[in-house]
Design a protein around this ligand. Structure first.
Ligand code: ASP
Length: 445
């Protein structure tokens, strides 16, 4: 493969719902064959065929639990195998997995690693897909290597894959896993096939990474809250990071880093609506910011509920350096991630996810009292943080004022305001009961 010599090559990754049935495989084939550049395919394990269905990966976790607790597992195993038999039959290809299934079954015992068991969902799927497309199957354990600390060894992985790509031109890879230095299988966290796709793209420096899923790109707000939210046609990596951190779920959070480092454009596309434009994600766009700001100052809105605000007051705190540091150190010692720290002269607040506090709250309060002897500590629970994200926010004078007016006119009390230092987002805190209403107001704004 000569990607570096100007050849157009794309990585196409298909998520579980895009490889759930034989009919889905046919759609994948149509997509792949529609563009000769789609030479590198990454697949997840077959996902749900209907809403009450169970994903193959979940069945594999269940299988492992049965083995671990000595419960009979024949039925689950049969269910898993049937998913693949049905796909082969629907795609009119021979069942090529018999030997793999035999090997798998022979390895099953209480000590079999969970990562090995669940990784087979992707492994088998990629084998069938390779056969169906007439592509070469490459096991991700043969190139994607982790260090013992659990991080991907990028240098070794990229080198391994570049070598493989010298001889194979059109490849299908299983997503979700690689190998530890001792050869044992290691998986990413759930949804990790997105990362595999990104690593293949970065390793071979391809033209584009297309991530095919079952939604038409990234939406400007959660469709469970806003009816028909606007699709986002273009979003920068920084905006996407803000949106995903605050709850928007389209891509695995870690999937952006490999392609971002190599400046490879990432597309989110929909297998169920092939012609929909989807979303293009890039480092930056060549666009007139001022013009764009007038058309669309806000790219998207996302948020999360159930935060707690711990407000600490102490008169003349401004004359006592170190107060905030001492308090933050207490949260750090308790391994609690601090989201925001709004400050005034004699008061500051620490905002954290409510469930992180659960059984640690009393210990933390006691420690703060010992450390800085505050006048008062007040806890406010059930707060939502909403991120209004937009690369053009800075170009739009008065946008913050307009946002607050819109919320005020709709009777929504703002409890926290904070603008990110890169000015890509404005964070607004409201009571949980106003969460959905605030998102709707901001989307229609
Ligand atoms: N099959 C794995 C999961 O369900 C990985 C993936 O789909 O990306 O999480």
């Amino acid at each position: 493969m000569q990607v570096s010599r100007g050849k157009i090559v794309k990585v196409v990754k298909f998520g579980g719902s895009s490889v759930a049935t034989g009919a889905c495989f046919e759609t994948v084939k149509n997509i792949v064959e529609a563009d000769p550049a789609r030479a590198l395919v990454v697949v997840s394990a077959p996902g749900k065929r209907f809403s009450a269905d169970i994903k193959v990966t979940d069945l594999l976790y269940l299988l492992r639990a049965h083995i671990k607790y000595n419960a009979p597992y024949d039925e689950i195993l049969a269910k898993i195998k049937t998913r693949y038999y049905e796909i082969c039959a629907d795609c009119n290809i021979d069942n090529i997995l018999e030997d793999d299934f035999k090997e798998f079954e022979s390895k099953l015992n209480k000590k079999t690693s969970v990562d090995y068991i669940v990784s087979r969902g992707e492994y088998w799927c990629a084998k069938i897909m390779a056969k169906y497309l007439g592509y070469t199957f490459v096991d991700s354990a043969d190139w994607l290597v982790f260090n013992y600390n659990g991080r991907v060894n990028l240098e070794a992985s990229y080198q391994n894959l570049a070598k493989i790509a010298e001889t194979a031109q059109r490849i299908v890879f299983p997503g979700f896993y690689g190998a530890m230095p001792d050869g044992n299988i290691k998986t990413f966290s759930r949804g990790g096939s997105d990362i595999t796709g990104s690593l293949v793209a970065a390793a071979l420096n391809v033209t584009a990474y297309e991530n095919w899923t079952d939604v038409s790109g990234i939406l400007a707000a959660d469709p469970r809250i806003v009816e028909n939210p606007r699709p986002i046609d273009r979003v920068t990596f920084s905006e996407l990071r803000e949106l995903s951190y605050m709850g928007a779920e389209v891509l695995h959070e870690e999937a952006v880093f490999p392609v971002r480092n190599k400046n490879i454009p990432l597309y989110i596309k929909n297998t169920k609506d092939i012609n929909a434009p989807g979303t293009l994600i890039m480092e930056d766009f060549d666009e007139d910011r001022t013009e764009q700001a007038k058309i669309r100052p806000i790219t998207g809105i996302s948020g999360r509920k159930h935060y707690s605000i711990i407000t600490i007051s102490k008169s003349r705190m401004d004359e006592e350096p170190g107060c905030i540091r001492k308090v933050l150190a207490i949260f750090e010692a308790n391994e609690i991630n601090v989201e925001q720290v709004p400050c005034s002269i004699d008061t500051f607040s620490v905002i954290v996810a409510g469930d992180a506090l659960d059984d640690k709250l009393h210990a933390i309060i006691t420690r703060i009292e010992q450390e800085i002897q505050p006048d008062s500590i007040k806890i406010t629970n059930d707060i939502s943080l909403i991120a209004v994200v937009g690369r053009n926010l800075t170009e739009n004078i008065g946008i913050a004022g307009k946002i607050f007016t819109a919320l005020g006119e709709n009777g929504i009390n703002i409890r926290v305001i904070s603008q990110g230092s890169d000015e890509v987002n404005i964070i607004i805190g409201v009571d949980d009961i106003n969460y959905k209403k605030a998102i709707r107001v901001l989307h229609d704004f």
